[in-house]
Design a protein around this ligand. Sequence first.
Ligand code: F6P
Length: 501
Amino acid sequence: MTQSWNAIDAVPEPDLRTVFEGEADRLARFTLRVGGVRFDWSKTHITQELKTAFLSLADEQEFARRRDALFAGEKINNTEGRAAEHTAERGEGAPDSVATAKAFHNRMRALIDAIEAEAFGPVRHIVHVGIGGSALGPKLLMDALGRDTDRYDVAIVSNVDGCALEEAVKDFDPTTTLLAVASKTFTTTETMLNAQSVINWMVEGGVEDPYGRVVALTASPDKAIEWGVDETRILPFSETVGGRYSLWSSIGFPAALGLGWDAFESLLEGAAEMDRHFRLSALEENAPLMAAFIDQYYAHKKGCQTRGVFAYDERLRLLPDYLQQLEMESNGKSVKTDGSPVDGPTAPITWGGVGTDAQHAVFQLLHQGTQLTPVEFIASIEPGHGLDPAHHRVLLTNCFAQGAALMRGRANPDDPARAYPGGRPSTTILLEDVTPHVLGALIAFYEHRTFANAVLIGINPFDQFGVELGKEIAKSIETEGTSGFDPSTTALIELAMGADT
Ligand code: F6P
């Protein structure tokens, strides 16, 4: 344990049930607004004393220097020897990288203009195939922002299970479909198989030149050309943009096409506003860093292994899925940047759902279970529909009631089964509305919070070697069959796939 951690451990724990009583300015002190997003941490265990102790930890971990290195395009992804330049996609980063990203965006815009002008014939449907970071971001954007637009029918397919693709294209006409193949590496098995099946479906549907209707979104243009995509329809992005940080690059193509270029630009501007806040504001007033302090507190001091994220807005129902990859793939690590073992918790297991559905399914455990789960509520002041305002009122009332109930609890000495312990923390993130700008700021907040957590722990959030072993073994089953496997794996392969696999 370092000196700073000892200082954090020495801070007395406040009682959440009474925390507002002794602190008249608690709400103002632990609330911040950035880019149309209001963060309220006042219902967590954070105190001024604790914040001061965490600020020392940030100093000890050279937080300011590492943050500046991120924006300066230094090679902070040490295990892969490269920079992490997703912020350059939003215009915030090293000037050369910003210029490259701008040129790539211009290329994407020109292709979108050409598609809109029917340069490739009429296009009605877009099938975007990609997985992980090459699907989750565009999916979230289309689901959150694309509900009222009918510019194109956009289907985003990730799972290699043929049921997913079959379902996605069942109402599409192959002759008016454009295939977007999204893969940073252009080697991912699931994506390449799905892409090939879309080509086959086009051929069967009478499309004479299916490759003429393919757009590649990739950091490996050579591989896309090898696969058959014409150079003019390759939308590159930089190798320094990580997969789970790539929705701002050409990976966002289906959203830029489906929502329109203005919406895509506004998304980037919202993210840039959060970037500037993260980069320029004092550490005492820094939203992503503050959230990371609280994450670290619950992980280390209270032993919380998970964090629940509940979107009280149907438009954000895919946010928990998106955050799972962002946080768990980034920070689910066991070694520090210097190769030494991590001696404590790293990423929380991120899970969640939508309010009010989750209330009627999983909130029992949050209120009365024996494990403590910090909860994050996300709601929007403006509704996403034109129905009776009662819908939105009931939605928000429920959201705010849950936070109050978790904190306050209710004693019941006569009937313990009906008692609520209370003292359970929650953060409320209130959006002005679910617009491209606000969503851009919100996603960038989560990216920077993930980075801030990594700095406080001392790990590299930008590699993901943990996913490689399973991929290798799957490939060896394809090529070498069952030889060398344990009896359980061998039996499964033989039973489900045939003895000579
Ligand atoms: O296997 C994990 C992963 O590498 C993710 O990091 C990435 O987002 C996803 O696979 C897809 O990779 P690609 O964009 O190269 O197809």
